[in-house]
Design a protein around this ligand. Structure first.
Ligand SMILES: NC(=O)c1ccc[n+]([C@@H]2O[C@H](COP(=O)([O-])OP(=O)(O)OC[C@H]3O[C@@H](n4cnc5c(N)ncnc54)[C@H](O)[C@@H]3O)[C@@H](O)[C@H]2O)c1
Ligand SMILES: O=C(O)C(=O)C[C@]1(C(=O)O)C=C[C@@H](O)C=C1
Length: 306
């Protein structure tokens, strides 16, 4: 593969930044990759495991001379980090981020950036419940979508170059507008996480009644909930505080449906339950039939590899 950027700086060295580093190295996509994380412990771990070609002692030092700077920190601190790096950014550089929320990040970051850089937000739709510098791996983005969220009047060359980087890291890419992104992600990621947190919380509340049975006999569905509920608390606190309106909108609709199903159970309305579950099963089948199941063993390989 060809090198896309000479110098890349990763700010925040957790799951996403470390996966980006290994994926960039795998594809030979970047020359030197510098990195910075707020905690000395994380910086030391990064040095120990060879995460980044150079781990710097400040964010400003890491971005100096970089052609691409990617903010890989929790959504709630993106603005503060942008303010910190702004004076050190090289003219012509691209600044991007990987935040799970887009509108709030754009509003927090854009005002701090000088006119001589291009800001191209992005969001890889890939992750795990693990966090920190040791959790990343090169394959994380393979055949997963990364949404690119160009701003009005964005420099197309900068957008295309960042898109090429994500594709080089294995991702499928698509462009999306920020508010639309936040609504879509509220449905597909944010509300489901909140539901998982709630379900695991309920099980924990019942622990004394059920002893350790909830763990011992946990079926696949609940196990998936516990995996998701093990995700980083700081990241998810920030997601909900920064995608408040869309998440509340979706949760409002969710509770209405939940109450309707609750009532159907109470009234022993089997027709309602059956019709509902038939509709939801069709959605899953539709995803598979349209070839959009990114977990399918052959997903993307036929189209990409020929
Ligand atoms: N985990 C996922 O599944 C996932 C998926 C897609 C996008 N994201 C987004 O990616 C971003 C990073 O998530 P992650 O999972 O890699 O998190 P993580 O917890 O693994 O890593 C975050 C890193 O940021 C550092 N950090 C925190 N505050 C900082 C600051 N002020 N200055 C410098 N460094 C700071 C932490 O020390 C840590 O190294 C978040 O915005 C998240 O919303 C996460
Ligand atoms: O697989 C997981 O652990 C995830 O939750 C990853 C996941 C998601 O799919 O909801 C979580 C947050 C992101 O912003 C993107 C991806």
């Amino acid at each position: 593969m060809t090198q896309i950027y000479d110098r890349v700086a990763l700010i925040g060295l957790g799951l996403i930044a470390s996966s980006m580093f290994w994926a960039m190295k795998r594809g030979g996509l970047a020359g030197e990759v510098t990195g910075f994380a707020r905690s000395a412990e994380t910086r030391n771990v990064a040095r120990e495991i060879g995460l980044c070609d150079r781990v710097c002692e400040s964010a400003a030092e890491a971005v100096e001379g970089a052609d691409l700077v990617v903010l890989c920190v929790p959504v709630g601190v993106m603005g503060a980090v942008a303010a910190e790096i702004a004076p050190a950014l090289k003219p012509g550089a691209t600044v991007s981020d990987v935040g799970s929320v887009k509108r709030a990040v754009i509003d927090a970051v854009a005002p701090h950036l000088p006119d001589h850089v291009d800001f191209v937000p992005a969001h890889p739709l890939a992750g795990t419940e693990h966090s920190g510098p040791r959790s990343g791996f090169a394959e994380l983005f393979d055949y997963r979508f990364t949404l690119i969220v160009p701003q009005e009047g964005a420099d197309r060359a900068a957008v295309e170059r960042l898109t090429a980087l994500w594709q080089g890291m294995g991702a499928l890419t698509e462009e999306m507008e920020a508010d639309h992104h936040d609504l879509v992600l509220a449905v597909t990621s944010h509300a489901p996480h909140l539901i998982a947190y709630t379900m695991v919380g309920v099980a924990d509340d019942l622990r004394r009644v059920t002893d350790s049975e909830v763990i011992k006999y946990s079926a696949a569905g609940f196990r998936d909930f516990t995996r998701i509920a093990a995700s980083d608390p700081t990241m998810w606190r920030d997601v909900f505080l920064n995608n408040k309106d869309a998440t509340l909108e979706i949760l409002g609709r969710f509770t209405e449906e939940l109450f309707a199903l609750q009532r159907a159970i109470r009234m022993e309305d089997g027709d309602h339950l059956h019709a509902y579950f038939t509709r939801t099963r069709a959605i899953r089948r539709g995803i598979i039939e349209a070839g959009q199941d990114t977990d399918a063993p052959d997903f993307g390989r036929v189209k990409k590899g020929g």
